[in-house]
Design a protein around this ligand. Structure first.
Ligand SMILES: Cc1cc2nc3c(=O)[nH]c(=O)nc-3n(C[C@H](O)[C@H](O)[C@H](O)COP(=O)(O)O)c2cc1C
Length: 355
């Protein structure tokens, strides 16, 4: 019976187990989005995961939305990441980089020349941006001109190439959690009247162009895509998520990706009522590897793998306080609880000092 410790081939990588470390922004990157030694230590502590997915990394200066987060758009950042991948590979780990453009989830103080953040449409999200001056209210973003979109697609391609150059085994396109690609996908945030808005086919166009160019740059077996059909994080919603995400899966199938990574339900506010959604239907529709996430523990994960509901399970918060999570699962050891107050701030405390 398939379980967490059944090896699996993921694209061109042979993984010893199906326990994936989910991407997690930890806001401890060095100046100018350049990873430092502390970040390398953090990832190197977690290499018993079958696969590590890095925290989200901005594909361009415009793609940045939080203080102290990394980029993958210049040589200094590539060099910083090279140290991380080297340390991970030395311990036998496999690591993908998550490609990120936040769209409207940013603030002028984080943007080049203090510009407005960009989005498919000029619709202000409710909530606050995580800036170097603390939490500041979101602003109304500037709607992208149609002619600018090709440049952002090219930024994804260049960032993906840089990720491979930095030694990553592959990349994950972050199309989840209310960031730029998700903003294009959803009816609530995309009110465009050109080829990138309106019908589902049009709202899908940006994702499809990004996936296509990143697959050309890296080869499809080194590319994953993260989606979050029900998630309302970052003030996002859709009129008809089931139809939309069924169509997204149809669009992704022909690429032959390494995997799709599905955030099931709502993150960060689990009590929030989400629109109904059938993940089993999505799973059956997708012809490649299905990675499930959100609130899994060992028991639920084993059940999902045994029933075929998923091929891999990613764990976020459990990896924060349990760097050797797979060993703890194997040994039936009780898990340590992560300290929420150090999720997004601080130094080695709450980052690399968990036993
Ligand atoms: C501190 C923290 C940072 C996160 N950063 C990211 C991120 O950079 N990219 C992303 O796709 N999801 C991010 N997430 C969401 C997680 O990947 C995951 O979907 C969520 O924590 C639910 O999984 P879990 O129940 O196993 O923790 C983050 C979650 C946490 C707790």
């Amino acid at each position: 019976m398939t379980g967490l410790f059944t090896p699996i081939k993921l694209g061109s990588c042979d993984l010893p187990n199906r326990i994936v470390m989910a991407p997690m922004t930890r806001c401890r990157i060095g100046a100018d989005g350049v990873p430092v030694e502390l970040n390398a230590t953090y990832y190197a502590q977690r290499t018993t995961a079958g696969l590590i997915i890095s925290e989200a990394c901005a594909i361009s200066a415009q793609g940045v939305g939080y203080a102290n987060t990394p980029g993958i758009y210049n040589e200094a950042q590539v060099e910083g990441w090279r140290n991380v991948t080297h340390r991970v590979h030395n311990k036998g780990g496999v690591i993908f980089l998550q490609l990120w453009h936040v769209g409207r989830i940013s603030h002028p103080s984080l943007q080049p020349d203090g510009n407005l953040p960009v989005a498919p449409s000029a619709i202000r999200p409710t909530g606050e941006a995580f800036t170097y001056d603390g939490l500041l209210p979101f602003v109304t973003p500037r709607a992208l001109e149609a002619e600018e979109i090709a440049g952002i697609v090219a930024d994804y391609r260049n960032a993906a190439k840089r990720a491979l150059d930095a030694g990553f085994d592959g990349v994950e396109i972050h199309a989840a959690n209310g960031y730029l690609i998700d903003q294009f996908l959803r009816s609530s945030t995309n009110h465009r009247e050109d080829a990138y808005g309106g019908s589902i086919e049009n709202r899908l166009r940006f994702l499809s162009e990004v996936v296509s160019t990143v697959c050309e740059a890296c080869g499809p077996t080194r590319v994953g895509v993260r989606l979050s059909p029900q998630n309302s994080f970052n003030d996002i919603s859709d009129d008809d998520p089931q139809t939309l995400f069924d169509r997204i899966i149809d669009c992704l199938n022909p690429f032959g990706l390494a995997y799709v990574h599905i955030v099931e339900g709502v993150i960060h506010s689990p009590d929030k009522i989400a629109p109904p959604f059938n993940y089993g239907k999505l799973r059956v529709r997708y012809q490649g590897r299905y990675m499930a996430n959100n609130g899994y523990d060992k028991k639920r994960a084993e059940a999902a793998l045994a029933s075929g509901a998923a091929d891999l399970i990613s764990f976020g918060r459990p990896f924060i306080a349990n760097p050797d999570l797979p060993d703890r699962f194997a040994g039936g050891v009780a898990l340590a609880e992560a300290d929420q107050s150090t999720f997004y701030t601080g130094d080695e405390n709450g980052y690399t000092n968990y036993p």
